[in-house]
Design a binder for this molecule. Structure first.
Ligand code: BMA
Length: 319
């Protein structure tokens, strides 16, 4: 597995001029990613110099050269919410039953909630609702139902990072019959204190393989006093009962090393959020020899691309 030599593949320079509140932005990062017909689409988190957050669409035919569209995405129906919403961010795109669902974090007065939107064409987006009660983040929807139940990974915020935002050390599985009301099903995995993944959160939506669900995640090492180091790792979850962890990477598979991962708005961050697997078999399992593209946020400032084969992700989980 390797970083693409053309990294970082999306930066703030990609934002076209012309929209006043999107002029000379600070950062473009933590993208959701999907292959849509012959295009790779990214939903990017963009921050301007007012530290306001917007979601921009990026499109590419080769997965490398992206064109960004302005203005930002408008989630139809969100304007009807009475509560104040500060930021919507970290979009995860899941293809499910012929539509594309987007789960994202919403910073509100009482903490972080999970919002859900849906699109069929990546032109118009319908806001479906706030789908969590308590403070939670990193909501990641599975691409199919399990005995009629929709499932998602989420990461309740229970830990306060030193001088920083609320975070958490346990990924749980929740279930829903309508995608709107969710209740916990069980615990999936917790942080391993003293090691690379002390605090954890789900990454891109899980990918089905014959070895289990490939679930990339981020882990934060907090024990370096001045820095939280965000890294990426991978778990394999049981195909029928995703609460069961079959394997989990002892080593991170990607850590901040390049200058643009080590330096930026928030130093020492790689944040895996968009995974595209090229080839699936006719029963919907990702092929072991299929190439993958992982789009990730680096230092909360730019987007990186990491590539390899599905088999290498599985090896990383079992190493
Ligand atoms: C997490 C989230 C991510 C962000 C990371 C590093 O808590 O807010 O969106 O990339 O922190 O700042």
């Amino acid at each position: 597995m390797q970083r693409h030599p053309a990294n970082p593949v999306v930066t703030r320079q990609h934002v076209p001029a012309g929209t006043p509140h999107l002029t000379d932005v600070s950062s473009v990062f933590n993208p959701g990613a999907i292959q849509f017909h012959d295009q790779t689409i990214l939903l990017l988190r963009v921050q301007n110099r007012g530290r306001e957050t917007f979601t921009l669409t990026a499109r590419s035919r080769d997965g490398l050269h992206f064109t960004l569209s302005t203005p930002e995405i408008r989630f139809r129906g969100m304007e009807k919410l009475e509560e104040r919403i500060y930021h919507c961010y970290d979009m995860r795109i899941t293809p499910l039953e012929g539509r594309y669902y987007i789960m994202f974090a919403m910073d509100m007065e009482e903490g972080c909630r999970l919002g859900l939107a849906v699109t069929d064409d990546f032109e118009t987006f319908e806001f479906l609702g706030i789908t969590s009660g308590g403070d939670t983040r990193n909501g990641v929807l599975f691409p199919e139902r399990f005995n009629g139940l929709y499932l998602r990974l989420e990461r309740p915020n229970r830990v306060q990072l030193a001088g920083g935002p609320a975070s958490g050390s346990t990924i749980i599985l929740s279930g829903s019959s309508d995608l709107l009301e969710w209740s916990p099903v069980g615990e999936v995995a917790s942080g391993r204190f003293h090691y690379w993944d002390e605090l954890i959160g789900g990454g891109p939506p899980p990918v089905k393989t014959r070895a289990g669900w490939l679930a990339l995640y981020h882990g934060v090492a907090t024990h370096f006093a001045s820095a939280n180091i965000y890294q990426a790792g991978v778990m394999l979850l049981d195909l029928l009962d995703p609460c069961k962890v079959l394997a989990r990477s002892r080593y991170n598979m990607l850590e901040p090393r390049e200058s643009w991962e080590l330096t930026g708005q928030v130093p020492n961050v790689v944040f895996p959020s968009g995974l595209i697997v090229e080839e699936y078999d006719d029963q919907g399992f990702a092929r072991f020899d299929s190439p993958f593209r992982l789009y990730y946020g680096a230092a909360d400032t730019v987007v990186g691309l990491f590539t390899g084969r599905v088999s290498e992700l599985i090896e990383a989980a079992t190493a």
